[in-house]
Design a protein around this ligand. Structure first.
Ligand SMILES: [Mn+2]
Length: 430
């Protein structure tokens, strides 16, 4: 029998912290009330927020240089589901998981579906992988996949994506995320026009195989593993591809996949405006595709992204239904702790965006009051909503202090005993 944190243990820890949390929540409610904000409405919205955990995120990540595995790492998709369930149990904001094939491939998708459902988890977008070779693979992706110069390699990559759709159907997923590493490392290596044409031809076949109620998410990334040109390098290319393919093709925004200093919140606004925003891979970044923990480097940028999302939602922007997923690489932390904290930071950014006085903001914008408009955002961003987030967790059966509760539970020590290390487990990041 594998170890789980008991509901009693969480309740007991909560009892010790409940009085202080309630006191802080009441003080915050009064503070927000003076600003005309109903704290209860914000708390309810936070309670309804959910972000998908990537299955690869619960394993220790790595870099091009090394991977330093942690103790008690998940060895297979069923172990990963256990860890995802533990995160959700404590934080109550991660009700779905986003699997990656072939890493999470199973001959028994029904068992996988049941294992997740038994822990209250569903499946979000499935992710294909044609950026590395698998042991049983006939043809190599060394020089590309969906845009490869050889038709037979493209056919193999297309077939893999179709298989992902089939697996996803059995899991209850409704979307396929496609990120390719295709590109070139030398000027002249690749014809920039025909490479994109070949990608579009391949994607048309994948698009044609989508079930009626499915969508395909196109994920762009500026560079890496290709360092001279990347086929789907930026949101403009992604947008052009999504337009070519049709209404079921949308553009995914991974926060680390842009040129330095790009205004990501404006990209979000543009994609929303043209009904092409698929959703997010949340993470944080200092230099490139760092896959750092969400909100750990630039929490203000994260807030500004949510400011656009709340704005779109409140004005009922047509076709607005973004999928929220985390995409991080945990190299020096316990992945469960990082994912708990990331989910909280997402709830925080969302709640902060919800308390922006949009009427006052619009009035300041209309009067060309630049600083006044900015201060409306800053007032929301600098309000400490921690007691509200803790209250949302308490009310949904989560932990007031999830990381402290997780540490006190000795979950990782239990898993270290239950899961002896196995050779060849990999965690990959896109
Ligand atoms: Mn990503």
């Amino acid at each position: 029998m594998s170890h789980q944190i008991s509901a009693d243990f969480i309740a007991e820890r909560n009892r010790a912290a409940e009085a202080a949390t309630t006191e802080d929540y009441q003080a915050l409610s009064r503070q927000l009330g003076r600003r005309g904000i109903d704290a209860e409405a914000i708390t309810n919205a936070v309670m309804a927020f959910s972000v998908a955990i990537p299955t690869w995120g619960v394993g220790t990540g790595g870099t091009r240089f090394a991977r330093f595995p942690g103790p008690g790492e998940p060895r297979n998709i069923f172990d990963k589901i256990e860890d995802c369930a533990t995160i959700h149990q404590l934080v109550r904001a991660t009700a779905t998981i986003s699997p990656h094939f072939p890493w999470d491939k199973t001959s028994d998708p029904k068992a996988l579906h049941e294992a997740a459902a038994s822990r209250g988890l569903g499946f979000d977008a499935v992710n294909s992988n044609t950026f590395q070779d698998q042991p049983d693979q006939k043809l190599s992706y060394r020089f590309g996949s969906l845009s490869h110069v050889e038709a037979r390699v493209r056919a193999q990559a297309i077939a893999h994506n179709l298989e992902c759709i089939e697996l996803g159907r059995k899991l209850g997923s409704k979307a396929l995320t496609v990120w390719i590493g295709d590109g070139s490392n030398f000027a002249g290596q690749s014809n920039l026009t025909s490479a994109f044409d070949r990608y579009l031809d391949s994607m048309r076949e994948i698009y044609g195989a989508l079930p009626e109620d499915w969508r395909v998410f196109i994920e762009h990334k500026l560079y890496e593993p290709a360092f001279y040109s990347t086929v789907i390098s930026d949101w403009g290319t992604s947008f052009a591809a999504a337009l070519e393919l049709g209404p079921k093709a949308l553009c995914l925004v991974d926060l680390g996949h842009h040129a330095p200093n790009v205004n990501i919140e404006q990209i979000v606004a543009r994609l929303t405006r043209f009904k092409k925003l698929a959703g997010f891979h949340f993470n944080d970044s200092k230099y490139g595709d760092d896959d750092l923990d969400t909100g750990s480097v630039e929490p203000f940028r994260l807030f500004l992204v949510f400011n656009e999302l709340v704005d779109a939602k409140q004005r009922r922007a047509e076709g607005f239904a973004p999928a929220y997923m985390i995409d991080q690489s945990h190299n020096v932390t316990d992945p469960i702790e990082s994912l708990i904290q990331s989910a909280i930071e997402l709830q925080r950014a969302y709640a902060q965006a919800l308390i922006v006085d949009r009427q006052a903001l619009a009035a300041a914008q209309g009067a060309n009051d630049a600083l006044g408009a900015h201060l409306e955002l800053k007032r929301a961003f600098t309000t400490d909503l921690s007691p509200l987030l803790a209250t949302a967790r308490l009310r949904t059966g989560g932990a007031i202090a999830p990381i402290e509760t997780y540490r006190a539970s000795n979950y990782r020590a239990h898993k270290t005993k239950e899961r002896p290390p196995v050779a060849g487990t990999s965690a990959g990041i896109v």
